[in-house]
Structure formats: C-alpha cells, structure tokens
Design a protein around this ligand. Structure first.
Ligand SMILES: *Cc1c(COP(=O)(O)O)cnc(C)c1O
Length: 499
C-alpha cells in the first residue's frame, strides 16, 4: 500500500467518540435514567431550593479538561454538585416567577430527541413534520387560517422579538432589510401597557427601533391596558408624524395575570391598520381550559401570538413558540437566499418553507418532540384541567390570605398569580421571601405593586396541591412573626418537617 495512504489511515484510527464498551455504558446510562426518574418521583423529599455551598461553586472554576475522565466520575460530579442545586421548579413548592414544572414524559422525550440529534433548520425529514404538526394544532386551537406559520424558539422573549421584526417588515416593506431602518424617515412607534413584560421593551431596543418608540399605556385597576388611552396616544402620534405599527397586548401579565381586552384591541388595530401581537407567554395556553378560554376572547384575531409551552404547558425547558397569521409576511421577514441552503425538488434538500426561513436560527434542536409527547400523552383536556386547577389553587391562597389578619392581599386574583404581604414594612417582607426560599419550604418570588413590595406566588406547577399553599402561608406567618418579634406563632408543619 502506498505510504501516504498508510500514514493517513493511522492518523484517523479509533477516532470515534462512541463508548468502547457498550454494555458498561448501557448499565451506567440505565442508572442515570433511574436516578433522573427518582429525582422527579421523590421531589417532595427534597428542599425546593438550597443555597449553593462554596465548595460546590468552587468545583466549577476548574481548568480546561484536556485529559479524558471516566463517565462515571463525571456523572458523580453532576449528581453531587449540580442536581441538588437546581432552581427547584420541578418541586410543587416552587411558586416563584412563572416557571413550569416539566413532566417525566417530557424528560424522556427530550432524551429521545437527543438520541436522534436532529437539526431542524430545514431539509426533508420527519422531525420537521413533527414541528409542523404542532404548528397545525396551534392554528386550530387559535382559529388561525391554514396559511398561518409557526416556529419553535427558545422562549417568549425571542418570540416577541421576532414578532416585532415581522411587524416592522410588514410596515416598512422587505427593502428595509437591505437599506436598514430609518432611512426613509419613517419613525415607527409601538404600544403596550405599563404591565407588559420587560422583554417587549428589549425587543424594541434589539430591533433597532429604540425603547423610546414603545409607548407604555396606563392600565385600569385590574391591570388591563386602558384602550381609550391607547387610541388617544395612537392619534397623537400620527398627528405629530410618527407611524404607529404595532400593539403588543398581554394575555396574562407577569405581575398579576391580567388579560387585556383583546377584542377591543383587535378592533382598534384593524381600524388603524396596525399589527396586533399578543404576548401570551403563559396565558395563551389557557385555551386548553374550557373554563378559562373565554377570557382569551379576541386572541383569534391577532396577527401573531407568542407563547411558552415550558410554562403552563409543562413541557421541559425550553419551548417557546411564535404563531403568525400571515405566513408569507413571516417568511419575508427572515428568509435569505444562500447557495448552500438551496431547495431541491427531491432528495434531502426538498420540502417547502424551512424553519430557518422563519427566524434568525439556522441550526435548531428538536423542541417539538417533547411538546408533541406532552400534548399527545396527556391530551389538551388534561393539561387544561391542570391549568384550571392552578387557578383554583390561587383562589384558595387568596382566601387564606384574606382570612388571616396578619396578611394583606395586594391584588385581586384573576388567574394563577397571588400578590400579598405580611402586615409589616417592605424590608420585612423582602426578608420573609428570602427566609422562605432559604428554608427550602417553598419558593415565592416578589414584585412591586402600587409602589409596595409584594410577595408573589405564581401557581404553575401541576404537582402543587393545597398542602403546598398551606405550607407557604405557614412559612410567611412563621418568618414574619420571627422578623417582627411577635413571639411564638403556631404553624402547621411544613412538608420538610415530616421527614
Ligand atoms: C415569561 C414571560 C415572558 C418571557 O418569556 P421567556 O420564555 O422567559 O423568554 C414574556 N412575557 C410574559 C407575560 C411572561 O410571562
């Protein structure tokens, strides 16, 4: 054999990263899977969250690992240092921010997706059809036309940004993608409420329109956008030469779960010729619940909807989604010709619109699979029932707060979020939140309502029960009492005390 070929051969030998011993790997992998399942099955036995010990944090300031390590060793580091110090949203006592609980089914589906290692940027393969199946389900649920498009993204922050870009393109025309914005002197303005999520403002910044071009309209007592004020601001802006192009309505505000009057906003946007986008990050999936779906009336008139399957949909992180009524406008905002991405009539490069035509990402993972498994395995009726139930639990917490003289309710409960406080100053309430988080009993978060610090409990996790609400209330009273020197207070045993 030619020496050049021999040398080349020896330098490529044994290059694969596959296990040398598959049966050893299989045994260890099965153990990891068992541990992961146990982690979910026995989640109640653990604190919701615990502070990271210094040694654990220090273990992750190590040098670049040039040498190989045993998988078992690496796994041990994960089991010792990572798994116990996760954020805690799998736990039923987690009520901070708006985090989904995930499911064992979603976990397995994500593992299967990792095995396929599919790239969903485009091309002709079944994983893309799975994503298209979900797009079609979303079209049906929100009564969008067949020509509507949809795409999985990281989360609603990204979906809202993409909606701003699609709306911007619809307003300025596709040439603006070449010339840049502002070159023809058009000054675009967008509208949302003061209660909208901060990512809307960030989207305006990233899109190059500037946060000043986002008008934050006032809200009523229920935190819904003041539609008359919205209309008036649009009129004023037109009069002074701005071009209103987008209204972002909220279907479930982060603070208290308020849903804007989507019908009225849809009507206004239609009259004004303005893009109507709905930030339905968690609230949009209330469409699964026959009791709650009527609250979303008007969402079917939106030009685009952003939502997260990883919140109320209980799909593991991350699984955000954008649905756009006019699929062609969506495509025009992102599609780009490139020789190496040429579409063919047959073969692997066939297939209609590719996901990479509908967003900034080219390579994309298989988020659709864990969503497909979740929707199929549980069915939207059952997922809807867990959503209804989390609102009932929020009502239960509201009732407990109102019945307790030491607690004060700060906003009426519309959906699944309860804002309240211990009857003491802001500083004490801030300490109470941190005390409870560090105790591992529960994990509320906080916000500010009407200038006052609020303890905020968002009930999202399907595992949360009345007893978890009771444990939160007991913990607030316990730590509040300690902080205020009220002496001994009878508290119901939190779940951890039972261990
Ligand atoms: C969570 C949330 C967002 C941000 O979504 P991510 O998935 O975290 O990017 C935006 N808007 C609302 C109303 C939210 O609840």
């Amino acid at each position: 054999m030619n020496e050049i070929i021999r040398n080349a051969q020896s330098s490529v030998a044994h290059a694969s990263l596959d296990p040398q011993n598959w049966s050893e790997f299989r045994a260890l992998a099965h153990r990891m899977l068992d541990d992961a399942i146990d982690g979910i099955a026995n989640v109640r036995a653990r604190p919701v969250w615990q502070p990271i010990p210094d040694a654990t944090r220090a273990a992750f300031k190590a040098d670049v690992p040039r040498e190989a390590s045993d998988l078992a060793e690496v796994y041990r580091e994960f089991a010792d240092h990572v798994a116990p110090y996760a954020i805690g949203n799998v736990h039923p006592g987690f009520m901070g921010w708006v985090h989904g609980g995930g499911t064992a089914v979603g976990m397995i589906a994500d593992m299967l997706a990792a095995g396929l290692n599919a790239n969903l940027g485009g091309r002709d393969h079944m994983p893309i059809e799975v994503e298209r199946q979900i797009v079609d389900w979303m079209r049906r649920l929100f009564a969008f036309p067949d020509s509507a498009s949809g795409i999985f993204v990281t989360g609603t922050s990204m979906a809202n940004l993409m909606a701003v870009l699609v709306a911007r393109n619809a307003a300025l025309g596709t040439l603006a993608r070449q010339y840049g914005i502002g070159n023809d002197g058009t000054l675009l303005t967008a509208y949302t409420s003061q209660a909208a999520h901060g990512c809307v403002s960030r989207a305006m910044d990233i899109a190059g329109l500037g946060t000043d071009a986002l008008r934050k309209i006032g809200v009523d007592a229920d935190h819904r956008i003041d539609v008359a004020a919205l209309r008036a601001q649009i009129t004023i802006d037109r009069e002074v030469g701005f071009t209103p192009f987008l209204v972002v309505a909220s279907a479930g505000t982060v603070d208290i779960g308020a849903i804007d009057d989507l019908k009225a906003i849809a009507e206004l946007c239609r009259e004004e010729g303005i893009w109507f986008h709905v930030d339905g990050a968690f609230g949009a999936l209330a469409i699964f619940s026959p009791e709650l779906a009527p609250l979303l009336g008007g969402i079917e008139l939106a030009d685009s909807i952003a939502l997260d399957f990883h919140k109320w949909g209980q799909v593991p992180y991350d699984a955000g989604f954008l649905l756009v009524r006019d699929g062609e406008l969506h495509r025009q905002a992102f599609a780009q010709p490139a020789a190496y991405l040429r579409r063919e009539a047959r073969g692997l490069a066939a297939g209609a619109v590719w996901p990479c035509d509908l967003g900034p990402d080219l390579s994309r993972g298989f988020r659709a699979l864990k969503t497909w498994f979740t929707l199929k395995t549980f069915g939207t009726d059952r997922l809807g029932a867990t959503i209804t139930r989390s609102c009932a639990l929020a009502k239960y917490l509201e009732a407990r707060v109102m019945a307790e003289p030491r607690l004060e309710l700060l906003a009426q409960v519309n959906l699944n979020i309860v804002c309240f406080r211990y009857r003491a100053d802001d500083a004490v309430n801030r300490e109470i939140v941190a005390d409870i988080q560090e105790s591992g009993i529960a994990a509320p978060s906080s916000t500010t309502l009407g200038g006052r610090f609020a303890i905020r409990a968002a009930i999202v996790n399907h595992r949360t029960e009345e007893a978890d609400i009771d444990a939160l209330v007991a913990a607030v009273l316990e730590f509040g009492g300690r902080r205020c020197g009220d002496g001994m207070i009878e508290v119901e045993a939190p779940p951890l005390a039972a261990q």
